[in-house]
Design a protein around this ligand. Structure first.
Ligand code: FES
Ligand SMILES: [Fe+2]
Length: 336
C-alpha cells in the first residue's frame, strides 16, 4: 500500500506565514481628510493617528504620545500646524517634532534634534494619501507613480467601494499571473498567459489586440484594445487601456492586518457623455472588472478563494499555470 506523504514545508503555521511587504500603500482619498481632522486608522497590523494641519500637511504616527502615553487619536486636536495631545497639550508637527510645550520654562534641547513621534513617510499623489511602510523603518526606495489622468479636468474618476479580504497583498497581485484560474473562476474562454517584464520594483506587461466585453444584455462586443499594465511594488497597479476607449484602472492593495487586506479600484476615463457607444463600453468593462455579469465574473469571484485559501511556499504546479514562480521570485524582494 502506498503512503501519502505530506511535505513539511506545505504545512502552514498561519494561512500565509509571510510578513507585510514593504512599499507605498494607499491610505485614503485626499478629500477624505479635511484640514484640522484627526483620525485613528488601522494599517499594517497596528493603529496610527492621521491628521491634516492648517497648512494642509499630513502626518501619520504611532498613536501614543511620547510624554505620558495618551492616545493622540482620542481627543487630540489640530492647532494651526500642530497636533495637540489631549492630556497636557504638547504640540507635534506633521514631521513628528515636538514644537511646543505650553507649560515648559524651556523646551528640552533634544526635542529640536529629531522627531519624537514615530511615523511613516506620507505623500499626496493622484489625489490620494499614500504611506511608505517598511518593517525596519527604511526610507522610501521609489516614488508613487504619477497618474496624470487624476488631475485632468476632462476625465471622470469613479472610486469603487473597498473590498475587505482575509488575505495578503501577494495573493491579490499573484492573481494576475495565475493564467489558469481565469477560465475556471472568471469564465474567460481561454487562459491569457502574458509574460511580464521585471525591473527593480516594477512589473510591466503590454497587450494589444482584439478583446471582447459583455454588454448589459449579455452580448459579447468585440473591440480593439491596447493595455499597458504596471505594478509598482506590492500596493499599486496601473492599467491603462487605449484605442477603442481610454480607461485607466488604478488598483491599490493595502495591508490592514497581517492577513486582512483592502483592495480598491479607481476607474478614470474621458467624459463620454456625448458618446453613448464608448460610454456603454466603459460601463461594461467596469462591470466586468468588479461586478457580476452573466457567466463572466470580475474580482468578486476571487473573494471566496482568497478568503479561505492557504499559501503554499512550494506549490504543486503544471506547465499551464502561468508565470507564478517568476512572479514570486520578483515579489520576494519586498520581504527583505
Ligand atoms: S501625554 Fe501627551 S502631552 Fe502629556
Ligand atoms: Fe482572479
Amino acid at each position: 500500500m502506498k503512503t501519502l506523504l505530506i511535505a513539511r514545508e506545505n504545512a502552514p503555521v498561519s494561512r500565509y506565514g509571510l510578513p507585510i511587504p514593504y512599499g507605498w500603500y494607499r491610505i485614503m482619498l485626499s478629500d477624505e481628510l479635511g484640514v484640522g481632522v484627526v483620525q485613528t486608522v488601522r494599517l499594517f497590523d497596528r493603529e496610527w493617528v492621521l491628521f491634516r494641519d492648517a497648512k494642509g500637511q499630513v502626518g501619520l504616527f504611532e498613536p501614543h504620545c511620547p510624554h505620558l502615553g495618551a492616545h493622540l487619536g482620542v481627543g487630540g486636536k489640530v492647532d494651526g500646524e500642530l497636533l495637540r495631545c489631549p492630556f497636557h497639550n504638547w504640540g507635534f508637527d506633521h514631521q513628528g517634532f515636538c514644537r511646543h510645550i505650553p507649560y515648559a520654562r524651556s523646551m528640552p534641547p533634544s526635542l529640536s534634534r529629531e522627531p519624537v513621534l514615530k511615523g511613516l513617510p506620507v505623500v499626496e499623489a493622484n489625489r490620494m494619501i499614500w504611506a511608505w511602510f517598511h518593517p525596519t523603518g527604511a526610507a522610501p526606495m521609489w516614488q508613487v507613480p504619477d497618474v496624470p489622468e487624476t488631475a485632468n479636468p476632462g476625465w471622470h474618476t469613479r472610486h469603487h467601494p473597498v473590498f475587505e479580504i482575509r488575505t495578503i497583498a501577494q495573493e491579490i497581485a499573484e492573481n494576475s499571473v495565475d493564467a489558469a484560474h481565469l477560465k475556471y473562476v472568471h469564465g474567460q474562454a481561454a487562459a491569457l498567459d502574458v509574460g511580464s517584464t521585471y525591473t527593480g520594483h516594477l512589473r510591466t506587461t503590454a497587450l494589444k489586440g482584439p478583446m471582447s466585453i459583455e454588454d448589459s444584455r449579455g452580448k459579447r462586443i468585440d473591440c480593439e484594445f491596447s493595455v499597458d499594465f504596471e505594478q509598482s511594488g506590492p500596493g499599486i497597479q496601473v492599467v491603462r487601456m487605449s484605442r477603442h476607449v481610454s480607461l485607466v484602472m488604478l488598483i491599490t492593495i493595502t495591508p490592514v492586518e497581517s492577513e486582512l487586506t483592502h483592495l480598491r479600484f479607481s476607474f478614470l476615463h474621458p467624459d463620454y457623455s456625448e458618446d453613448p457607444v464608448r460610454q456603454a463600453l466603459v460601463e461594461d468593462f467596469i462591470q466586468e472588472q468588479v461586478g457580476e455579469r452573466g457567466q463572466y465574473v470580475g474580482v468578486v469571484a476571487d473573494l471566496p478563494i482568497w478568503n479561505n485559501k492557504i499559501y503554499h511556499r512550494k506549490p504543486l504546479l503544471c506547465d499551464g499555470d502561468g508565470k507564478i514562480v517568476e512572479f514570486r521570485r520578483w515579489f520576494s524582494q519586498f520581504y527583505q
